[in-house]
Design a protein around this ligand. Structure first.
Ligand code: BG6
Length: 518
């Protein structure tokens, strides 16, 4: 029996009540690319944490599939080590971990060798027999994207993909990057759709698994007071910041081909944008949510080639210090071209051309090696139209800002103006706030826990749909083409540990605005 997928997101923003009702049916998961960092840092620890909460189905099994020869025991030892190092809940529950390990096995294979898929299939059959995994499968593509098409093809070729009407379900999780531009994203969608139905494809964007991101929907649509002012009449502009203190961390080969726009904006930041700007869906069915998000993304005003430079700022970190540590400049990182013009910082302005948002600029910025790790969405409202105070008092009046802090110190604050106690009318900004840490005494699950569980449950609400991916690549591809056409051989630099290039501040000043200092 297929579990109930009509579960709404609002039912359980805090995972309260995630009990039997949310238990997936028995299944096995195959992780392709199991020797990689993602498996070690995120997937195995998330599966263990799910096991700890009793959220994995009975007999749950996971097969690591990768090229390097390895025994089951060797792979289990690696898994154990990764869980000890990265699981959210410590100390490790030894009994539970040994139990979990019994469901872990390894198949060494090539992504294009039919014989190896046959061996994988035999292992899956064994799990069905011995651990009652019932023929249900999750295939997780944690490989370089160049292997995706091959894997999908071979799985289908070996009868390992069951059609939607089969009682055994098959689901495919696809990691980012999903394409390199609009054309390649479309091609990848078309390739995957030859072998899997759209309902079987789960394109992962881990930002959607973050509690604070899901809370956007609760905040906007479960409260009566915000939606009436969530529009151009009240909002001056919106800033979305995803600042990282880390650099590219041994990922030079990937990053130099990607850059901040593809790495962070096309996926995570445009997903945040769509949640802030979408219309209320009629219900929280996955399709209804996707429909509204896609409409918002499709309303982004196209960039004309000649406008791209004026609407964006690129930067590259130079040598500097972040939180007391010295770091080399980007071009000196391993596997980075020494004449690279890949951006490690990007800021951009966009407009959403619909009735709600006409004329309201959205400013997005992200960068590596900024002073600290902080992500937030800030909604800045118009200033009070006529404050009845002396002019010397009103000069310092600041606009109201609603800041939704995604990480760290998750919470929401509303900046308002208040009278300073005393005999004269002096005004100052103060914050009204809600912090997850103090309001809820439970720790938020890791994004991968939520997303892996949702996939096993067949709930795709938190996974971008095909048209959503393509809609988000459209403006990004226009920007990339504009940048290519500009033929720049140097990008503005910023010392590691600063808030990006000076050009980013000038960019805001030209609009009479400023970046917030989160
Ligand atoms: C990944 C990017 O998708 O997201 C990384 O490839 C980035 O470059 C990471 O560091 C940020 O994720 P988080 O959850 O740490 O904000």
């Amino acid at each position: 029996m297929e579990p109930d997928v009509s579960q709404t997101m609002l039912d359980n923003p805090l995972r309260e009540g995630l009990s039997l009702e949310r238990l997936p049916s028995p299944c096995a998961m195959v992780i392709f690319g199991a020797s990689g960092d993602l498996t070690r840092r995120k997937l195995m620890p998330a599966l263990y944490d799910l096991a700890l909460e009793g959220l994995l189905p009975p007999g749950f099994s996971v097969i690591g599939y990768a090229r390097s020869p390895k025994t089951n025991e060797e792979f289990r030892a690696e898994v154990r080590e990764s869980i000890q190092q990265f699981a959210r809940r410590t100390p490790i529950d030894e009994g539970l971990l040994s139990n979990f390990e019994q469901g872990v096995s390894y198949v060494s294979g090539d992504f294009s060798s039919p014989d190896d898929y046959a061996r994988l299939n035999e292992e899956l059959d064994r799990l069905d027999r011995e651990r009652n995994t019932s023929g249900n499968r999750v295939y997780y593509l944690a490989t370089p994207p160049s292997a995706y098409a091959n894997i999908a093809h071979h799985l289908a070729d070996h009868g390992m993909v069951h059609p939607l009407d089969d009682e055994r379900w098959t689901r495919l999780i696809v990691e980012k990057p999903f394409g390199h531009d609009l054309q390649s994203a479309r091609e990848l969608n078309e390739t995957l759709l030859k072998y899997f139905a759209e309902e079987q494809i789960y394109r992962i964007d881990h930002y959607l698994g973050k509690e604070t991101v899901q809370n956007m929907l609760a905040f906007r649509f479960a409260n009566g007071i915000f939606e009436p002012i969530w529009n151009r009449t009240f909002i001056d502009h919106v800033q979305i910041t995803v600042a990282e203190s880390i650099g590219i961390e041994n990922r030079g080969g990937y990053y130099d081909q990607a850059g901040a726009l593809r790495d962070m904006v096309q996926n995570h930041m445009l997903q945040l944008l769509s949640l802030v700007s979408m219309e209320p869906p009629p219900d929280f069915d996955a399709e209804s949510v996707h429909d509204e998000k896609v409409k918002a993304l499709r309303s982004i005003r196209p960039y004309q080639p000649e406008d791209v430079e004026a609407c964006t700022v690129r930067g590259q970190y130079r040598e500097g210090w972040v939180m007391g540590q010295p770091y080399p400049g980007y071009r000196d990182e391993a596997r980075v071209d020494e004449a690279s013009v890949t951006e490690t910082y990007v800021a951009l302005k966009l407009f959403i051309d619909n009735w709600r948002w006409a004329g309201v600029p959205f400013y997005l910025r992200t960068g590596k090696h900024l002073p600290r790790r902080v992500s937030e969405i800030a909604i800045q409202f118009h200033k009070a139209p006529h404050p009845p105070f002396e002019s010397n008092v009103t000069q310092s009046l600041e606009p109201n800002v609603l800041a939704i802090r995604i990480q760290p110190d998750e919470g929401i604050t509303l900046k308002t103006t208040a009278k300073v106690p005393g005999p004269s009318m002096r005004l100052r900004s103060v914050n009204m706030g809600f912090l997850y840490g103090t309001s809820f005494l439970v720790e938020s699950p890791d994004a991968y826990e939520r997303l892996l569980l949702d996939c096993m449950l067949g709930d795709s609400t938190l996974f971008p749909r095909r048209d959503g991916i393509e809609a988000s690549w459209e403006p990004i591809t226009q920007i990339l083409e504009g940048w290519d056409a500009s033929g720049k051989t140097e990008l503005p630099g910023y010392p590691a540990g600063t808030w990006g290039p000076d050009e980013a501040d000038e960019f805001m000043e030209r609009d009479g605005r400023q970046w917030r200092q989160p």
